[in-house]
Design a protein around this ligand. Structure first.
Ligand SMILES: [Zn+2]
Length: 135
């Protein structure tokens, strides 16, 4: 399985991760049949370096915005300020939707942020290959 990732969406996720450092950044990703369309940088109401909860009001607004564009929410992203871009046991336990793409940004080396994508289904983590688009 592979996923085409537009450069601007990757950039939006990395910028948000850096801006929220040393706390975890989080947000949602919208797409349609043509692919990924938008990353919404949202507020982590826990303001924590080790956990995140997306602000529910912002989550709702992102959903409404996506629907108005004819998109749907297809994934979530969050950062690990001090560790690798790999789902933690908590991430796996709380993963709500097997259809969603889980983007992880790892800032263990802040100068070289890692971005990886996964599906999480019934406690099983499957990595998705990312094909970066240049536009
Ligand atoms: Zn995590």
């Amino acid at each position: 399985m592979s996923l085409r990732l537009p450069a601007q969406i990757k950039q939006a996720m990395l910028v948000h991760a850096e801006n929220c450092y040393p706390e975890e950044a989080c947000g949602l990703v919208a797409g349609d049949r043509r692919g990924l369309r938008m990353a919404y940088p949202l507020t982590n109401v826990l303001a924590s370096p080790t956990n995140y909860t997306i602000d529910p009001v912002e989550h709702f607004r992102a959903l409404k915005h996506a629907e108005r564009q004819g998109w749907e929410l297809v994934g979530v992203f969050h950062s690990h300020p001090h560790s690798q871009a790999y789902p933690s046991p908590t991430d796996v336990r709380l993963a709500p939707d097997p259809e969603w793409v889980y983007f992880l940004i790892g800032l263990a080396d802040r100068d070289r942020p890692q971005l990886r994508a996964f599906r999480i289904h019934d406690g099983t983590i499957t990595e998705i290959d990312i094909e970066e688009e240049t536009r």
